[in-house]
Design a protein around this ligand. Structure first.
Ligand SMILES: NC(=O)c1ccc[n+]([C@@H]2O[C@H](COP(=O)([O-])OP(=O)(O)OC[C@H]3O[C@@H](n4cnc5c(N)ncnc54)[C@H](O)[C@@H]3O)[C@@H](O)[C@H]2O)c1
Length: 283
């Protein structure tokens, strides 16, 4: 067990949204493993219960049903944790969905759903938890965005739009929250080995193959490894966590040479879709 993480998280209270699967499940396990008290919240209560029942401590976890698009429900959960424990130390706004495919194929219902979960879900978590943290003059908000919130990839237009919003919200909030002793960290990974890689395909979108791209032969990032790195980033009060290294390098280059990265992404998207490839070569 990592002594630094135990020192920082033992006895701390945490809410993890989207805790029933993937990154949220790994975060719940990592937090319980270093002695935290976790509310594992998911729209899929059975999944959250399954995650919690597999954990043995030394911390503890409780499964709760939560739809992050329901602002009142998020507020009730946060207030309940504060009433029962005296404080909420860590708010992980992690629940999210992906929609992949050509933008013209998306219905407005799909646009609204991804905006509701990926943006409003985070807004609801911040709106409910941040005032309690200001009052306590401590706490940390951790928002799961994505590398798609730093570099805009076609065929993920709605997803990128929501994740750029989460990065913007997090960076802006961080700069004003510091005066209250509240930390904010935004998480920006590329493909992580979770069920999301096989969800949300519209039209002929290639899902997992698209996300793994050039890494196709390799494994996506492990959620367990990411969870430990997220906790370490919180200990260090990092503004963001961008992984893996290759993504961090691409992001850094993109800040100095944005057109270079944009052109690379355009070429990659063109290679995925014959229709787009035709448009590109015609120009
Ligand atoms: N896996 C990746 O490659 C990857 C990469 C970058 C960012 N992310 C982000 O990480 C977060 C977690 O994704 P994951 O990969 O673990 O996916 P996942 O599909 O394995 O887990 C997402 C969880 O969120 C829950 N959820 C969905 N809608 C909800 C709602 N309205 N209210 C509450 N819970 C809801 C689902 O039931 C599920 O348990 C998401 O925000 C995702 O965008 C994932």
């Amino acid at each position: 067990m990592n002594a630094k993480l135990v020192e920082r998280f033992e006895g701390r209270t945490a809410i993890v949204t989207g805790g029933g699967s993937g990154i949220g499940a790994a975060l719940t396990a990592a937090l319980v493993g270093v002695g935290a008290q976790v509310w594992c919240a998911d729209i899929d209560l059975a999944a959250a219960k399954a995650v919690v029942s597999a954990l043995t401590g030394p911390g503890s976890a409780e499964a709760v049903a939560l739809d992050v698009t329901d602002a009142a429900a998020v507020q009730i959960l946060v207030d309940d944790v504060v009433a029962r424990s005296g404080k909420l130390d860590l708010m992980f706004n992690n629940a999210g969905i992906v929609i992949g495919g050509e933008t013209q194929l998306l219905t407005l219902e799909q646009w609204n759903r991804i905006i509701d979960i990926n943006i409003r879900g985070v807004v609801h978590g911040v709106h409910a938890a941040y005032p309690h943290m200001i009052k306590a003059r401590s706490g940390h908000i951790i928002n799961t965005a994505s590398a798609a919130g730093l570099m805009a990839s076609g065929l993920l237009t709605s997803y990128c739009a929501t994740k750029f919003a989460v990065v913007g919200l997090s960076n802006a909030l961080r700069s004003e929250a510091v005066r209250y002793g509240v930390g904010v960290t935004v998480i920006c990974p590329s493909a992580v080995e979770t069920p999301i890689l096989d969800k949300g395909a519209v039209g002929n979108f290639a899902g997992r193959d698209f996300f793994l791209g050039a890494e196709k032969s390799k494994q996506a990032y492990s959620p367990e490894r990411l969870a430990t790195e997220i906790l370490t980033a919180v200990v260090k009060d990092e503004p963001w966590l961008v992984v893996p290294r290759k993504t961090r390098i691409g992001w850094t280059i993109g800040r100095f040479a944005p057109k270079f990265i944009q052109n690379r992404l355009t070429r990659y998207i063109a290679s995925q879709s014959p229709e787009l490839a035709r448009t590109t070569s015609d120009r």
